[in-house]
Design a protein around this ligand. Structure first.
Ligand SMILES: Cc1cc2nc3c(=O)[nH]c(=O)nc-3n(C[C@H](O)[C@H](O)[C@H](O)COP(=O)(O)OP(=O)(O)OC[C@H]3O[C@@H](n4cnc5c(N)ncnc54)[C@H](O)[C@@H]3O)c2cc1C
Length: 397
């Protein structure tokens, strides 16, 4: 007989869903009955995640890059940072899936179902999910199903509740090529976190480079703005960067892989528990794990999974008090306001931030782990005018 009742259902087997299952597997809860539901099995390298940390991770064995240096580039100022105890890490999506999935699949207590999720609901006692016409129930349901096009689709929770007077809705959208060239144009020891040396066109735009070797790298063109570009424009910007900044003609490189992504950047609340009376927890981007002002999500998902598992173990329920001080949401709000109204100001702000602060202070600030004193130092190091304007805008809206 087909099993339909579980301890936990995980809706969406992407980064957050698989991370949660993997964290559970490493814990005393390893033998809980778990169902993971996704549209389809993960067989493609659909994204590359980067994050910085000064700790070891569950994924150290599959890191494609783990760098001790990082470069910031702009027309005015270029600098290579030594990261000290920190590492800038890169994981390819496919390596993450191929590492976690076989370990989950060999567990008799973990099942997978593939299909479009038709409904998710619950009450105070149970949560349930419907897929392929079948209903599955669980004590707790973890939902990471989020439309990446975010603010533009009717299925998006944000579209239904969008409040443009109160909140900011920016998209981080990017396209990248993994390119091969016979010319050794990349430094394999130094990824480029930001190259702002491209036309800004009234928005925040940069390229980042993740080198695999002197002749191979992921080169990614990124924009923070309210609307997506026509598809062909991403390629035009990338090709122009490759030609003008990397000095490679079209004949001198080939594209091994492409990647396109959209990360929602918003201060619209994305609570982990939108319905207090239901046994449903939102995780991943849907649960507000994408940092509003940067889009960095991977490491926050890992921190979230750690807390969820601890909470399940100690209190038999997944919710835990926020580990992030509330003031960071205020900082994010100001940056989002600048991104929305004065996107071209981001470049000088970032240049001053990286120029005038040690890299570990910047990392801690962006990870929301810095002290108030460090935050003050960092704020004094960047141009104040855009922030004062943003403060005025956000306090009068
Ligand atoms: C190309 C790309 C690069 C990124 N790079 C970085 C980075 O370098 N660093 C960083 O910190 N963050 C990065 N991010 C942001 C973030 O880490 C990722 O988006 C991450 O995958 C979010 O995890 P998630 O589980 O919330 O969503 P996903 O990983 O997208 O997982 C959601 C899952 O839900 C499934 N699903 C959705 N709806 C349904 C449905 N109706 N029925 C069945 N299944 C459904 C999807 O198939 C998917 O597998 C990147 C994002 C993208 C897109």
């Amino acid at each position: 007989m087909q099993k339909t009742n579980y301890d936990y259902i995980i809706a969406g087997g992407g980064c957050a869903g698989l991370s949660l299952a993997f964290h559970l597997l490493q814990s005393p809860l390893f033998n809980k009955r778990i169902l993971i539901v996704d549209r389809s099995p993960k067989t493609e390298n659909d994204r590359t995640w980067c994050f910085w940390t000064d700790q070891s991770t569950l994924f150290d064995s599959i890191l494609k890059g783990s760098w001790r240096q990082l470069q910031f580039k702009s027309a005015e100022w270029t600098h290579t940072f030594d990261l000290g105890d920190w590492r800038y890490n890169m994981i390819r999506g496919i390596d993450f899936y191929n590492f976690i999935l076989p370990q989950l699949q060999q567990q008799p207590n973990i099942d997978f179902v593939f299909g479009e999720i038709e409904a998710i609901d619950g009450n105070e006692e149970k949560a349930w999910l419907q897929v392929n016409g079948e209903k599955y129930t669980a004590n707790w349901l973890f939902d990471s199903t989020f439309s990446p096009r975010g603010f533009g689709t009717s299925s998006s929770i944000l579209e239904k509740e969008k409040n443009e007077k109160k909140y900011h809705y920016i998209l981080q959208h990017f396209k990248g090529y993994v390119l091969n060239t016979p010319k050794p144009v990349f430094n394999p020891h130094v990824p480029v976190l930001f190259d702002f040396n491209i036309p800004q066109q009234n928005s925040a735009r940069f390229v980042y480079i993740l080198p695999h070797s002197p002749t191979k790298a992921l080169v990614e063109f990124t924009i923070f703005s309210e609307k997506l570009l026509p598809p062909e424009e991403y390629d035009q910007h990338l090709q122009s960067y490759i030609e003008n900044n990397l000095q490679l003609t079209k004949a001198e490189y080939d594209i091994e892989e492409t990647e396109f992504g959209i990360i929602p950047m918003t201060d619209h609340p994305l609570p982990q528990r939108p319905h207090p009376q239901k046994r449903i927890m939102h995780i991943g981007t849907k649960g507000g794990r994408s940092k509003p002002s940067t889009g960095y999500t991977f490491w926050r998902i890992q921190q979230d999974c750690e807390q969820i598992v601890k909470s399940l173990q100690s209190t038999n329920q997944p919710f835990y008090p926020s580990i992030y001080p509330k003031r960071f949401l205020q900082y994010d709000r100001l940056l989002l306001s600048i991104l929305q109204h004065r996107g071209e100001q981001i470049r000088p702000i970032f240049i001053d931030m990286f120029k005038n602060n040690p890299i570990d202070r910047i990392f801690r600030f962006l990870n929301e782990e810095s002290s108030l004193m460090e935050d003050v130092k960092l704020m004094y190091s960047v141009p104040s005018r855009p922030f004062l304007e943003a403060l005025w805008k956000t306090s009068t809206s």
